[in-house]
Design a protein around this ligand. Structure first.
Ligand SMILES: C[S@@+](CC[C@H](N)C(=O)[O-])C[C@H]1O[C@@H](n2cnc3c(N)ncnc32)[C@H](O)[C@@H]1O
Length: 249
């Protein structure tokens, strides 16, 4: 691994990321067009219909061109393993961004219908372009909205067939302050069943302390959680935590 890959501060696109963060929270984009650029890069350079090549192209873009806030290759392998463990028929992701993690979920769960909730319509369009190029447009559906919008997005998901006990895998990777309230909204609808798997990214960086504390309190009661020590995406300097929780009912 090259020094630039290991040490993120040697990369301009990572330095720029630091001051793009306030804008990112509002728009879901980093402000220099890198999200649209990765879709164009995939369309130009990845083999159409080849999910592996699309994901590899996105990883290469993030390492060599502009850093992206995808779950990335290292944490993505943890996500893949959790998906295989859940063996889902129905999976839900919160936070599509450019569509990278939804592609990983769909690849690891060939029988699953994958849904992704994304508040930025621009990101939803970018993700859909990439899913189309990967040949996965019929397996992954993006719902534009947020679970905290008073019920409209939850109702839209219900119209897509979300119902008590039929959500097998939930991947939480959106607004860190919304992790716990959005999990609670899903629990209130009764969509999880004993054995459902909930994976949460970025629990250490940027951090979701209330979510982590909740899972610690619920350990052995409603959830059984493993904390995976790993690294922030696309570098090995900063540590991160991915939480994998089995719902016990
Ligand atoms: C870290 S990125 C997701 C990365 C993606 N899961 C991946 O690994 O490829 C976070 C995304 O969540 C979106 N987002 C932020 N707050 C949200 C909310 N409350 N509901 C839905 N999406 C949200 C942002 O627009 C952004 O696209």
């Amino acid at each position: 691994m090259t020094l630039k890959r290991r040490l993120p501060f040697l990369r301009w696109s990572v330095l720029r990321f630091a001051w793009a963060m306030p804008g990112f929270v509002k728009t879901g984009q980093l402000g220099d067009g890198r999200e649209a650029a990765v879709a164009a890069d995939v369309e130009a350079n990845a083999l159409a219909g080849d999910v592996d090549d699309v994901l590899a192209t996105m990883d290469r873009f993030a390492y060599e061109k502009s850093m992206l806030v995808n779950v990335g290759d290292e944490k993505g392998a943890l996500l893949d393993a959790a998906v295989r463990r859940a063996d889902p028929r129905r999976a839900l992701e919160l936070g599509a961004y450019c569509g990278y993690s939804a592609l990983r979920i769909a690849r690891a769960a060939p029988a699953a219908a994958v849904y992704s909730v994304e508040f930025s319509a621009a990101n939803a369009d970018i993700a859909r372009r990439i899913w189309r190029h990967a040949g996965m447009a019929d397996r992954i559906t993006c719902v534009v909205g947020t679970l905290g919008d008073g019920g409209a997005t939850l109702d839209a998901l219900a119209a897509h067939g979300f119902a008590p006990d039929n959500l097998d895998l939930l991947f939480i990777d959106h607004d860190k302050r919304a992790y716990l309230p959005d999990l609670q909204r899903i629990l209130d609808r009764g969509w999880l069943h004993p054995g459902s798997i909930v994976v949460a990214d970025n629990v250490r960086v940027p951090g979701a302390p209330k979510y982590r504390a909740y899972m610690r309190d619920e350990q052995g009661r409603s959830f059984d959680t493993v904390e995976h020590r790993t690294h922030v995406e696309y570098q090995t300097l900063l540590g991160d935590l991915v939480l994998e929780s089995e719902y016990l009912g």
